[in-house]
Design a protein around this ligand. Structure first.
Ligand SMILES: [Zn+2]
Length: 145
């Protein structure tokens, strides 16, 4: 687990008052609000995050397969190899080991997948809300009930 030491926390500060608004392990953009109001100086600033629709294909991929997922995959792979090796040639144990592996895989990866799925859905809804608001401003006569 030594390679974990190479991942370091990075602080991100408000550009106006230099107060820290978040610290993260990863510097790649995540799905989230692009503009936030600083809780210290109440000014708006551009966050590190991007709305899903504004991400490039590479950024989307980086978001879905980030460093954490790679670390987990390594752990998962090691666990799998150990289990398969201890199960050895015994067919009965091999089947059990594979089932257990599948089970752990679902447990390990579903929370990460679900969290991203929700963030993406929220992001899409947020953009839709903005669009509606903009349409309402541009065509005040056309206001839908
Ligand atoms: Zn600030």
């Amino acid at each position: 687990m030594l390679y974990l030491l190479y991942l370091r926390w990075t602080n991100f500060n408000c550009p106006h008052c230099k107060q820290r608004y978040t610290s993260r392990m990863m510097t790649s953009p995540r799905v989230g609000k692009e503009i936030q109001v600083c809780k210290y100086c109440k000014k708006q600033f551009r966050t590190l995050d991007l709305e899903w629709a504004h991400m490039t294909r590479g950024q989307k991929l980086g978001y879905l397969i980030n460093e954490w997922a790679i670390v987990w995959l390594l752990v998962y792979g090691l666990m799998g190899m150990t289990m398969l090796m201890t199960a050895g040639q015994d067919k009965y144990h091999l089947g059990g080991a594979l089932l257990a592996l599948l089970f752990f895989g679902v447990i390990i990866f579903s929370p990460m997948g679900l969290r991203r799925w929700f963030a993406i859905r929220k992001s899409i809804a947020r953009l839709k809300g903005n669009e509606l608001a903009n349409n309402r401003y541009s065509t005040p006569g056309n206001r839908a009930a």
